[in-house]
Design a protein around this ligand. Structure first.
Ligand code: HEM
Length: 373
């Protein structure tokens, strides 16, 4: 189906066959991103000393050579610093233990789970990016968390602006843009501070984390003397994208998980029975347990399907090559928008199983925080 969103022709792939065809079989041709006038306007405001002529930065909204190079590097380094490995599993478990202590400290009083979960999830990313974690009551970190959360909510409301960018000068969008820019400044200050600290203490023989590895790559590229997309300021966009893409998505899915378990207590009890059977009460779960827990795995997948937190995925754009590409249905012209799907994570399994095991669901559907252990 195709539809004009403002002046932009947008093609919606509405069935599995054409989505597979576009994003799997012809991935390269459909890996572009459309122009994003709002991101461009924000970048111009916050990064006055960097290349502000383009929105083409970071991982999520970037395209072409920059996207390919940054994505390849980021994937390799995320793996090197733990993604999918036991080392990261241990870090996640450490965060879970600290989270449970924080929940227990609420002493049965009502509390908001959201900031606690987001802090834990964000700390996992902090660990990979900067090699450190922050305490739940660290004031600086609380400000960063709130800004991240607000940005996620604010960005959702900018959808229309991408198609009618002039609206950003008119209320209520003017206020929305001011809020976004204020938060972005705040976040970039924190990112810059951490980058600069890393650069000051950089030792090529001791690469501690993602930021060190990126700085090292900049030096290697400099020595080669060739044109490169690896730059000090590009690192800020890459790290920011990993925070944004990896924090809210996972923590929101976990909150959906809690809600669905409250609503479907019969399912929760089955998950608890499987946990008791495979993991027991004496230790934290391992990823190795997941294969033996089909009901729990299926429940997590169903939570992701129902929670549907990124319903339209990120908008893709066709690139030069796809001019010649035919999907089963028709040919998609160069530069047009295309929409697609998402995936599960290690964090979800570990957090979910611990939450299900340690919480008691009262018959009225209330989660009893005093039962967290
Ligand atoms: C439940 C958790 C998550 C969900 C539902 C989710 C969902 C998505 C979706 C729908 C996209 C757009 C894919 C597309 O372009 O079609 C995406 C992209 C991306 N996600 Fe996630 N994500 C999750 C967790 C994470 C985590 C933990 C990280 C990293 C630490 C991450 C990093 C990224 C990055 C870097 C991209 C851009 C990839 C690219 O354009 O090449 N995500 N994610």
């Amino acid at each position: 189906m195709s539809v004009y969103l403002g002046p932009q022709l947008t093609i919606v792939l509405g069935d599995a066959a054409s989505t597979k065809d576009a994003f799997l079989k012809q991935g390269d041709a459909f890996s572009g991103r459309p122009d994003n006038p709002i991101i461009e306007a924000i970048i111009k405001e916050i990064m006055t000393d960097y290349d502000t002529t383009s929105y083409n930065h970071g991982l999520v909204l970037s395209t072409g050579k920059l996207w390919k190079e940054q994505r390849k590097f980021a994937l390799a380094k995320l793996r090197e610093f733990g993604m999918g490995k036991v080392s990261l599993e241990l870090k996640i478990k450490e965060e879970i233990s600290i989270l449970l202590v924080a929940i227990k400290a609420t002493n049965g009083e009502p509390f908001d789970l959201q900031p606690l979960i987001t802090t834990s999830v964000c700390n996992v990313i902090c660990n990979i990016m900067w090699g450190n974690r922050f305490d739940h009551d660290d004031e600086q970190f609380k400000i960063l968390m709130k800004a991240l959360n607000d940005e996620f909510i604010n960005f959702v409301s900018t959808g229309l602006l991408n198609f009618l960018p002039w609206l950003r000068h008119i209320p209520p969008y003017r206020k929305l843009m001011q809020d976004i820019i204020r938060n972005e400044r705040l976040i970039f200050e924190v990112l810059k501070k951490n980058r600069d600290l890393h650069v000051e203490n950089f030792d090529a023989d001791n690469i501690r984390d993602f930021t060190d590895a990126y700085h090292n790559e900049i030096q290697i590229e400099k020595q080669k003397g060739c044109e490169t997309t690896f730059k000090d300021d590009e690192l800020l966009y890459v790290v920011w994208d990993l925070f944004l893409a990896g924090t809210e998505t996972t923590s929101t899915t976990m909150r959906w998980a809690m809600l669905f378990m409250l609503k479907h207590q019969d399912v929760c009890r089955k998950v608890q029975a499987e946990i008791d059977d495979i993991i027991g009460r004496g230790r934290l779960p391992n990823m190795a347990d997941a294969n033996k827990m089909p009901f729990t795995e299926a429940t997590i997948m169903e939570i992701q399907r129902l929670g549907n937190i990124v319903p339209l995925g990120a908008v893709h754009a066709t690139s030069e090559e796809s001019r010649k590409c035919n999907l089963e249905v028709n040919t998609i012209p160069d530069g047009e928008c295309v929409w697609g799907e998402s995936r599960p994570k290690m964090e979800l399994f570990l957090f979910f199983t611990v939450f299900c095991r340690t919480s008691t669901l009262a018959t009225d559907g209330v989660l009893e925080p005093s039962s967290f252990e």
